[in-house]
Design a binder for this molecule. Structure first.
Ligand code: FAD
Length: 415
């Protein structure tokens, strides 16, 4: 039977970064997925590496937003009423962790990971020869009203002081100069200057895979459901035959709960689904930065394939039928803001953000099993935090001093 030091289950951006970091440290690593690498959630996200994302997206607490969401007609959020009974315990906890004081506490813990996101991806991309896939220049949060603009400008000052998040404030005129093809209906923008972005998240994943394989790592097809304890280690079946491993890292993103439940853990995981569609920019029109139309609730940015429009949160069961209503609502508004030509994809793409109710990822040893580690629950920021999580898990597995204190991200917090 083939034997590896470590098997990483799941070849999304998290599993890829974990596997690469372990292989770099001289471990014999197999990365196992039932599909190709970065073909699920890590395929079609908005591509941002969000250095500004210190406050993970909370559940709204103001009455107006709750009412709008409740009516289920917004672009930012959509829900399947039939899923609410199953989602209610998660939503209740999510709401509690989003209370302003608790949210601020969560942000302090989250920022410890976020602050390394750009540097860690830059390092991996350089090793993988993938610098050309990382674009600098930040992104723009654009505002329809002066009220929203001024409120967010003030918030940005706080984030700068507390978390070192840099920004530029653009008034309507400066925004027009930066983005001449946007309709002149906006009151200004916050330009987050530190974030980078992946021109094509799937291609970045492929580049990390190629680097992992060049270092001797093995990518295998297999189903995580075949995992079994085997003495002090583990075994599982792959397309190339049975495999033994000294340790296993679970990086199954939105499917992590399938395995953790089978292993006896009751973790409060859920998904927020999201969609994308590509468009050709009409005529000579050019979008210089990605933009979040925050008062309308959608995001669009330039990628290799054209303009990628991505949607916010859909609260639904992971495997429920696709309902890209948010995309349908966003498209005419986006067209009014920027001259989009025809759709380039036959069908909208959908991915499922793997979420925890306290908005913190699960990173670290499994509480009740030796030689088992968890790396999932990265919600809106899996691309952002992929390289950070990869390094942290590799340091924990190999017994190095961790570069970030892992305690707040332990699965033990849910006991
Ligand atoms: C619309 C949208 C926009 C987003 N924008 C951004 C953004 O701009 N920036 C950002 O940082 N994040 C963004 N995200 C979030 C980000 O995409 C995710 O957090 C991230 O991709 C999660 O990565 P992952 O590796 O945990 O999961 P995945 O990429 O889903 O990987 C999980 C892997 O596990 C495999 N798997 C599942 N079950 C099994 C099994 N039984 N056996 C074997 N393999 C299995 C799957 O095939 C898959 O390859 C966005 C998400 C969406 C939906």
């Amino acid at each position: 039977m083939a034997r590896k030091d470590i098997v990483v289950l799941g070849a999304g951006i998290i599993g890829l970064c974990v596997a690469l970091h372990l292989q770099k440290r001289g471990r014999a690593v197999a990365l196992v997925d039932r599909r190709g690498a970065a073909e699920e959630t890590s395929f079609g996200n908005a591509g941002l590496i969000q250095r500004e994302g210190v406050f993970p997206y909370g559940f709204p607490h103001d009455f107006g937003a709750l009412l709008r969401y409740g009516l289920n007609r917004t672009i930012a959020a959509h829900y399947h009423p039939s899923a609410l009974p199953r989602l209610a315990p998660f939503l209740w906890q999510y709401w509690q962790h989003s209370r302003p004081a608790r949210h601020a506490e969560v942000a302090r813990l989250y920022a410890k990971l976020i602050e390394h996101c750009v540097a860690e991806h830059d390092a991996l991309a350089a090793e993988a020869g993938a610098q050309h896939l990382i674009v600098r220049g930040g992104w723009l949060k654009v505002f329809r009203t002066e009220r929203e603009r001024d409120q967010r400008f003030a918030e940005a000052e706080g984030w700068k002081m507390d978390f070192g998040v840099e920004h530029r404030k653009l008034d309507a005129q400066a925004l027009q100069a930066a983005e001449p093809y946007l309709a002149p209906v906006l009151a200004g923008a916050l330009h987050w200057t530190q974030p980078t972005r992946a021109l094509d998240p799937h291609a970045l994943g492929q580049a990390y895979l190629a680097r992992f394989q060049a270092l001797g790592g093995e990518f295998l097809q297999g189903n995580a459901a075949t995992l079994e304890a085997d003495g002090a280690g583990w075994k599982l079946r792959t397309a190339k035959g049975p495999l033994e491993a000294g340790g296993v890292v679970v990086a199954l993103g939105p499917w992590a709960d399938v395995l953790t439940r089978a292993l006896g853990y009751d973790l409060p995981l859920a998904v927020k689904r999201g969609y994308h569609m590509h468009y050709r920019a009409a005529g000579e029109a050019k979008l210089n930065h990605p933009i979040l139309d925050v008062e309308r609730g959608y995001f669009m940015g330039p990628v290799g394939r054209g303009i990628r429009l991505t949607t916010g949160a859909e609260f639904a069961l992971r495997d429920a039928i696709r309902t890209p209503v948010q995309l349908g609502r966003a498209e005419p508004i986006a067209r009014d803001l920027f001259p989009l030509a025809e759709r380039l994809d036959a069908e909208p793409w959908m991915g499922s953000r793997p979420c925890t109710p306290d908005m913190l990822p699960v990173i670290g040893p499994a509480p009740r099993h030796a030689n088992l580690w968890f790396a999932f629950g990265h919600a809106h920021h899996g691309l952002t935090l992929g390289a950070v999580t990869g390094r942290l898990i590799a340091e924990l597995v190999t017994g190095e001093a961790p570069f970030v204190d892992p305690a707040p991200y332990s699965a033990a917090r849910f006991r």
